[in-house]
Design a protein around this ligand. Structure first.
Ligand code: SF4
Length: 58
């Protein structure tokens, strides 16, 4: 599973609230790749919750 953040991210913080092991937000969300495998369900939840659909899960 690969997770990327598109430039449309508005740094709202929702993804970090849902899964702070994977997402950290400053001026844009960043992904901690090493934590993705252990948190796949939360990553998908965060992707669904992102208001601008900036989290791309492949
Ligand atoms: S939920 Fe979406 S818009 Fe909000 S910080 Fe995360 S990636 Fe950015």
């Amino acid at each position: 599973m690969k997770v990327t953040i598109e430039d449309s991210c508005i740094a709202c913080g929702a993804c970090e609230s849902i899964c702070d092991a994977v997402f950290s937000v400053s001026d844009k969300a960043a992904v901690n790749e090493s934590a993705v495998a252990a948190n796949e369900a939360s990553v998908k939840e965060a992707a669904d919750a992102c208001p601008v659909s900036a989290i791309v899960v492949e």
